[in-house]
Design a protein around this ligand. Structure first.
Ligand code: SF4
Length: 75
């Protein structure tokens, strides 16, 4: 999955860092650092963090195309 945070809108509320500490981290008082490509195992946490952001600064794109799920089958 891919995560983009609009840092020009982020107010450093740290809700995301609290809910998904592996993907979002506060650096100092207000600067947010984040993983733009978190592992799918963090999906629930990241979605919860995005939903909790008071100003909806977190955009999550789920990259689930057929290429990732289709298995090659030969008979
Ligand atoms: S919850 Fe939103 S405003 Fe708060 S630090 Fe995270 S992205 Fe920024």
């Amino acid at each position: 999955m891919r995560v983009v945070v609009d840092l020009s809108r982020c107010q450093g509320y740290a809700q995301c860092a609290f809910l998904a500490p592996d993907a979002f981290r506060m650096h100092g008082e207000e600067a947010l650092m984040y993983d733009p490509n978190p592992d799918d195992s963090q999906r629930d946490q990241v979605l919860r963090a995005a939903a909790a952001c008071p100003i909806q600064a977190i955009l999550v794109e789920q990259l689930e195309g057929p290429a990732m799920t289709v298995e090659a089958r030969r008979s």
